[in-house]
Design a protein around this ligand. Structure first.
Ligand SMILES: *Cc1c(COP(=O)(O)O)cnc(C)c1O
Length: 407
């Protein structure tokens, strides 16, 4: 039987995909044939220095992490086939929650299958239509979605703009809202900027607001001992809610968490939908994450190596003649401004053996196209020098080095 409505559904999707392709916005997947690491092998057999993973501490693909996962797999088995509260909680999950709390300097922690779930299930159980959520304009999609699922009044402030944040706090106060929470990424992954948490905490105190930060691009390596941006800004003890991922610096497999006071975490255990209605984090991931936290609590070696690599790369790339967004974060946006140039540049770097990603409108503002470099503790000085050499060559070929423009 013919079904014309069905046909138009599928042909509509095809047309939309063609439009994306035509606009250069279609995202193909890069296929790797190797494990994750500072050097990877593409499905085409090409060896590439990887400069676009969130593998900040080099623990994805790391043998010690893998060993810990193997031991947990042996001891606890492959999976639980249960949500946490029915029969899906093992000692390793409780140990990991305790270890994350201690590491972050928070009272209690709840695990999720992903940070996306931690943010998605955070706001709705804690806030309602009597409350206000004030959100940074560049917050991660999962924070935006979590806020959408909640009935609280929504306010938005310009990225890291404290004057605008204060205007929004005043607006929430004028609206007579009961509780107000400020929500921000601790570190913004497109620009490598760090939220001004000291000023945010001062404003929160002035207006009686709570502060929530998402530390997905910070936990494990920002701050003197890697606790995160709250340590970096010396506001440990002043942040009310921290969410984060186990899928970036802290091992790189998957998993997320929320840390806060006991009554907050208890409420989430009772009411947070992605926790109540989704399966337990696999025990091997919990075991490996636990070993990662032990390792980085005992030594800042990986964190220090990452920051040395970051300082070296940021200094050298500017010396060659590229423009970067200034900062201290291992995300280094190398600004190329023009979208087609950024695309050509990333493609040329691939040919030169460097894996990078280009970003352009609408992911970043118009005229702000870039390639984003992400440093890792696993990068050797030799690898970074090869990458810098490739940058210089591709930059010269495309005529985009500052030193050359002056000639
Ligand atoms: C990556 C990221 C997430 C999602 O983390 P997953 O654990 O992969 O779901 C959430 N928030 C921020 C800020 C992120 O960068």
């Amino acid at each position: 039987m013919s079904n014309p409505a069905k046909s138009t559904f599928f042909s509509g999707l095809q047309q939309n995909l063609e439009t994306l392709r035509g606009q250069g916005l279609y995202k193909p997947e890069r296929v790797l044939a190797s494990r994750q690491g500072a050097e990877v092998v593409g499905a085409d057999g090409r060896h590439l220095i990887n400069m676009c993973a969130n593998n900040y501490l080099g623990l994805s693909g790391d043998p010690q992490t893998q060993q810990a996962a193997t031991e947990a797999l042996e001891k606890y088995g492959y999976g639980l086939s249960s949500v946490r509260f029915i029969c899906g909680t093992q000692t390793v999950h409780k140990e990991l929650e305790q270890a994350i709390s201690t590491f972050l300097g928070m009272e209690d922690t709840i695990l999720y299958a992903a940070a996306f779930d931690a943010n998605g299930g955070l706001f709705e159980p804690l806030f309602d239509e009597n409350d206000a959520i004030i959100s940074d304009a560049l917050n991660h999609a999962s924070i935006i979605d979590g806020i959408r699922l909640c009935k609280a009044a929504r306010y938005r402030y310009r990225n890291n703009d404290m004057a605008d944040l204060e205007v929004q706090l005043q607006a929430a106060r004028a609206a007579g809202k009961r509780h107000t929470v400020i929500a921000t990424d601790g570190a913004f992954s497109m620009d490598g900027t760090i939220a001004r948490l000291d000023e945010i905490c001062d404003l929160a105190d002035k207006y009686g607001a709570l502060v929530m930060i998402d530390e997905s691009h910070a936990s494990g390596f920002m701050g003197a001992t890697g606790r995160g941006t709250h340590e970096h800004h010396n506001v440990m003890g002043r942040i009310d809610i921290i969410t984060g991922t186990l899928g970036k610096a802290l091992g790189g497999a998957m998993g997320g968490f929320t840390s806060a006071r006991k009554e907050v975490i208890d409420t989430l255990r009772q009411k947070s939908r992605p926790y109540l209605f989704s399966n337990t984090l696999a025990p091997m991931i919990a075991g490996a994450s636990l070993s990662v936290l032990k390792r980085i609590s005992g030594s800042t070696e990986l964190r220090d190596r990452l920051h040395q690599n970051t300082i070296y790369f940021r200094g050298e790339i500017e010396r060659i003649g590229f423009t970067i967004k200034p900062g201290t974060h291992p995300v280094v946006p190398v600004m190329l401004f023009d979208a087609p140039v950024a695309q050509q540049f990333a493609a040329r770097m691939y040919e030169l053996g460097v894996l990078l990603s280009g970003f352009f409108y609408p992911v970043v503002p118009m005229g702000q196209a870039r390639v984003r470099v992400q440093l890792s503790a696993a990068h050797t000085r030799e690898q970074l020098d090869s990458v810098l050499k490739a940058f210089e060559q591709a930059g010269r070929e495309l005529g985009i080095l500052k030193t050359e423009r002056q000639n």
